[in-house]
Design a protein around this ligand. Structure first.
Ligand code: PA5
Length: 452
């Protein structure tokens, strides 16, 4: 992998010996992760997903992607959480900045759009309007098959497909990515004859982007999933040695835990590229769902630079000193722009004319690291060489393996998410779902009480 991790800006915050002091704990975390002796051991199959995937299914994914490309202008991907964020960030990372606004005539591959990631009726209405009379297919992604948001969206798009193409035609345009054997979606798919893809048993939602969950829509969008997997496979090999002097993903995990224990309890993932905004959303789920439990854990947040230097920048520089930053810095943009000369110098930019914009962006990054450091914020950087499939595959694996180690370093199960159920029980109670009547009665009584 060509990713590199830079902790040189931590000197003021972490003594030289501190990383070495973590080695024994990292060895233990590594052993828990690799040997399955830690909590959540059943959900570690993502560790070898880049090298030990189902090749027959991988070929079917490519074939399905080709079919979608041949008969659809739009692919609607229906899913939420781990069944949404990875695909969304990959589409943004791998395509043109104005991917979603390109004219249909300029589009070589289907436009990938997303549904089922909120309960907003306006969003769904507007999406249906946007698709209009264009040919479309649907990839419904849900491991359980019972998640409310995607289930509602799928009902709506299923109905639209049947209206447009008839029952049989619709069945040819629905691709279901779900559990191999269980669940409502699997049962429905088998009954209707939809093509199905598998979310492997040992892979939790937030670790699933390199399974069919991400691969089918990413391939349908025209991106190269062989390269994506190649980058991840190289990362899988690169980050196996637990020696902290050799393993940069483990270094990142160790440093963020050193900092956490000093009171830096919020971590901002930052970029200098607007098309990485969703990458941070993916990372936030990966970090937050993995680590925020048992009343502890680093709170994952994000900022988009230089945009947010003009808003959040004030807080980061001078607000409460519980922040650490991890920048994912792109070293070479796909396109650079030269700052032009102007006849007069009324804007005072003559000193920059002829310079590349990305050079300015990088100077801004260096200036920000120094300023935030001086202001009491430790900054780490993950350098990435390019925005392409290979790099993204490596980057995904870097953060996944780091989060596994980091969770064990903090003494929690990094692979469960018991806390996401509490609101669902309440919501089902209020919605009147059979079996949840008592919860509903209790909540309504409580709400009445609160109103008094
Ligand atoms: O990580 C998780 O478990 C969640 O974010 C799930 O991915 C999300 O709730 C969607 O679940 P499902 O794929 O079962 O519809």
């Amino acid at each position: 992998t060509q990713i590199s991790f830079d902790a040189s800006a931590l000197k003021k915050f972490v003594h030289e010996n501190e990383l070495g002091e973590m080695q024994a704990m990292v060895n233990a975390a590594d052993s828990e992760l690799r040997n399955g002796t830690g909590a959540g051991a059943d959900f570690r199959d993502w560790l070898h997903l880049p090298t030990e995937y189902d090749h027959e299914e991988f070929d079917r994914i490519k074939k399905a992607a080709k079919k979608i490309q041949s008969d659809s202008e739009v692919l609607v991907v229906i899913g939420i959480g781990g069944s949404y964020l990875g695909t969304r960030m990959a589409i943004d990372f791998l395509h043109d900045s104005f991917y979603y606004s390109q004219k249909p005539a300029d589009r070589k591959f289907p436009l990938v759009l997303f549904a089922g990631n909120s309960l907003s009726s306006s969003y769904l209405h507007d999406l249906v309007q946007l698709i209009g009379d264009r040919d479309f297919s649907v990839n419904v992604v849900s491991k359980s098959g019972t998640t409310t948001e995607p289930a509602i969206a799928f009902r709506i798009f299923h109905e639209l497909l049947v209206k447009k193409y008839g029952e049989e035609g619709a069945n040819q345009r629905i691709y279901a990515t779900t559990d191999a054997k269980r669940g409502a979606l699997k049962t429905e798919a088998d009954a209707a004859g939809w093509e199905t893809f598998v979310i492997p048993d040992g892979v939790g939602g937030r670790y699933s982007v390199l399974s069919a969950v991400g691969l089918l829509p990413i391939a349908a969008s025209g991106a190269d999933i062989d390269q994506l997997m190649a980058g991840a496979a190289d990362a899988e090999k690169s980050y196996t040695n637990p020696d902290l002097t050799q393993n940069e993903a483990y270094q990142y995990a160790a440093y963020r835990n050193i900092l956490y224990r000093k009171g830096f309890t919020t971590e901002l993932l930052e970029n200098y590229e607007p098309n990485m905004t969703m990458f941070a959303e993916w990372w936030k789920q990966l970090a937050g769902e993995s680590e925020g439990k048992d009343q502890k854990g680093i709170y994952p947040s994000s900022a988009n630079f230089t945009t947010d230097l003009h808003s959040l920048g004030q807080y980061i520089q001078e607000g409460m000193r519980n922040l650490m930053e991890t920048v994912v810095k792109l070293d070479t943009p796909n396109h650079d722009v030269t700052i032009p000369a102007a006849e007069n110098d009324l804007d005072g930019l003559a000193y920059l004319q002829g310079k590349n914009m990305d050079w300015v962006n990088t100077k801004a990054y260096q200036a920000v690291v120094a300023a935030h450091n001086a202001g009491g914020v430790p900054v780490m950087t993950v350098h990435i060489p390019r925005e392409d499939e290979y790099t993204l595959g490596s980057l995904i694996y870097f953060f996944e393996v780091a989060m596994g180690i980091s969770g064990y370093l903090n003494g929690i199960n990094p692979f469960n998410q018991p806390g996401v159920e509490a609101y669902k029980t309440n919501m089902f109670g209020l919605l009147g779902k059979p079996g949840f009547e008592a919860v509903g009665d209790q909540l309504r009584a409580q709400m009445k009480e609160n109103e008094k």
